[in-house]
Design a protein around this ligand. Structure first.
Ligand SMILES: NC(=O)C1=CN([C@@H]2O[C@H](COP(=O)(O)OP(=O)(O)OC[C@H]3O[C@@H](n4cnc5c(N)ncnc54)[C@H](OP(=O)(O)O)[C@@H]3O)[C@@H](O)[C@H]2O)C=CC1
Ligand SMILES: N[C@@H](CC=O)C(=O)O
Ligand code: NA
Length: 394
């Protein structure tokens, strides 16, 4: 605290050079003297595993990893926090997942001197539905799972109310743009009184990767299905790739941003759920309702010719294909669609890999939007976004 207040009083020219090292000292000092924060992780897939590994590398950490839950097993031990052997510890646990019991166990740890954070690294609706219960019990929720914040408005409002009434905090930076500072940037813009005019960009790491590779301005190139398969192998896609290709993942991200932006714009619609976003799906009708990602990928090659013709038409017009999302706060529209952009446009020239690019057009930023760009999917950057949120609880 003393260092924090000292930092704010330093002249800005001086702080520019000393702030980084003092900042590190402050963080180290704060963490070393911080009360315990018990951490429970639900979901130990790509992001969950990477999150745990990153968490365990923090030195002088106030975090005590006390519980892990997968779809088949769980373990809880607040007396002896988990360490690098967490994977085999979980694999050898005989306990079956029981989120009601976990809620009781974690609630008992909440006290004025001890915090508890539940990290939801699943994409489960069932887990998301428990956020209000956890928040009311004083358990903070940190998550990259978009379901609660983009689903039924009633659940979203319950979460906001539970947190506002003195319960736990909810932190969801990684739900949009993975580790990129998108949710926090928008909250800061709104909280400081800026007016959002429009938010537009490439919001899907999967869609970005697919179209950066598939549509380069040339009339031909790799088969669409082969690029989708590589995107899944790289860990960019949702567990079922159709949840990316149908535009739902982008619609969910737009819903999350639109709900935050709506407090500064009376024109934005009160979205009942992400399904209310005007979304143009890329799923061929014959592949709708396929339940597994593997079967979906096996049948996607049947539709390569369709996507190849869209690519050739765009190239003939001097354009590339990009799947974009827009929150238009002036006209009150939220939409996601595959669109053509000239090969000279930043959506064509400056994107690579799984990059997201998000442009915030606001009253203060005027004609030159605030732009956030970088990898928007992948376990490492997503876990970093989740861990960054957890650090904010310290
Ligand atoms: N990957 C990325 O680049 C990004 C991911 N995200 C979000 O992060 C979250 C995790 O994604 P990712 O790690 O890639 O996905 P994974 O499928 O690799 O991991 C999800 C894990 O959650 C587990 N799970 C599902 N339901 C439950 C449950 N009820 N209880 C316990 N565990 C459960 C699954 O277990 P099982 O394997 O047994 O089904 C799986 O291991 C998702 O919400 C995703 O949208 C956000 C930004 C980027
Ligand atoms: N599947 C998503 C992962 C992050 O939310 C994406 O491709 O962006
Ligand atoms: Na983010």
């Amino acid at each position: 605290m003393a260092i924090a207040s000292f930092l704010t009083r330093l002249p800005s020219a001086l702080t520019a050079s000393v702030r980084p090292s003092l900042g590190r000292l402050l963080l180290h000092t704060t963490m070393a003297s911080s009360p315990k924060i018990y951490v429970a992780v639900v979901g130990v897939g790509l992001v969950g595993s990477e999150f745990i590994n990153q968490l365990l590398t923090i030195r002088s950490s106030p975090f005590h990893l006390v519980s892990l839950t997968s779809t088949t097993r769980t373990l809880f031990n607040h007396a002896q926090p988990l360490s690098a052997s967490w994977k085999s510890d979980l694999a050898s646990s005989a306990d079956r997942p029981d989120l009601a019991k976990l809620t009781q166990q974690l609630s008992a740890l909440v006290s004025p001197t001890q915090k508890v954070a539940l990290i939801d690294n699943t994409s489960s609706e069932d887990v998301a539905a428990l956020y209000p219960t956890w928040l009311k019990a004083g358990i903070s929720v940190v998550t990259p799972n978009k379901k609660a914040f983009s689903g039924d408005i009633a659940l979203y409002e319950e979460i906001v109310a539970a947190s506002a009434s003195g319960g736990g905090k909810f932190l969801n930076e990684a739900t949009v743009g993975a580790g990129l500072p998108v949710v926090g940037t928008l909250k800061d813009l709104v909280a400081t009184g800026d007016k959002i005019v429009k938010i537009e960009g490439v919001f899907s790491g999967t869609m970005s990767y697919i179209f950066n590779e598939f549509s380069t301005g040339q009339p031909d190139g790799p088969a669409f299905s082969s690029v989708v398969k590589i995107a899944r192998d790289k860990g960019y896609t949702e567990p079922h790739p159709a949840d990316d290709l149908n535009g739902a993942d982008v619609a969910r991200k737009l819903t999350i941003l639109s709900r935050i932006a709506s407090s500064s714009s009376s024109s934005l619609p009160r979205l009942q759920s992400y399904a209310a976003v005007d979304t143009a799906s890329l799923i061929p009708p014959a592949l709708e309702n396929i339940s597994t990602g593997d079967e979906f990928l096996a049948r996607l090659p049947e539709h390569d010719a369709h996507f190849a013709s869209l690519r050739a038409e765009a190239a003939a017009a001097g354009a590339v294909l990009r799947f974009v999302g827009v929150v238009d706060a002036v006209n009150g529209r939220v939409r996601a669609a595959l669109e053509r952009y000239p090969t000279t446009h930043p959506f064509s020239t400056s994107l690579g890999g799984s990059d997201n690019i998000i442009m915030f057009h606001t009253e203060r930023y005027g004609a030159r939007p605030l732009i956030v760009q970088g990898a928007g999917a992948g376990a490492a950057v997503t876990a970093m976004g989740v861990l960054g949120d957890l650090l904010r609880l310290v």
